[in-house]
Design a protein around this ligand. Sequence first.
Ligand code: SF4
Ligand code: SF4
Length: 81
Amino acid sequence: MTSVGCTNNQPGSTVKNKTGSWRTFKPISDREKCVECFNCYIFCPEGCIDTEFNIDYDYCKGCGICKNECPVNAIEMEIDE
Ligand code: SF4
Ligand code: SF4
């Protein structure tokens, strides 16, 4: 039987791992369109959207989940240059 697994021997180390460096596309939100549904805040896997819907680009990895979950298309993905 093959087993696959890992352990994290440095608790809290994800804060040091600035996943923003992985990004190819960058989410840009349009505050005029936002209806404050909190979907982006809830679904962001990095937890990098705050309760005022500001995106912390140090940790945003550009996955686009926030855009996909926004019911009013208030978030666009642009190439991050
Ligand atoms: S693109 Fe992904 S990581 Fe970045 S804010 Fe949206 S859901 Fe979070
Ligand atoms: S998902 Fe869209 S409408 Fe909802 S809070 Fe985020 S930006 Fe606003």
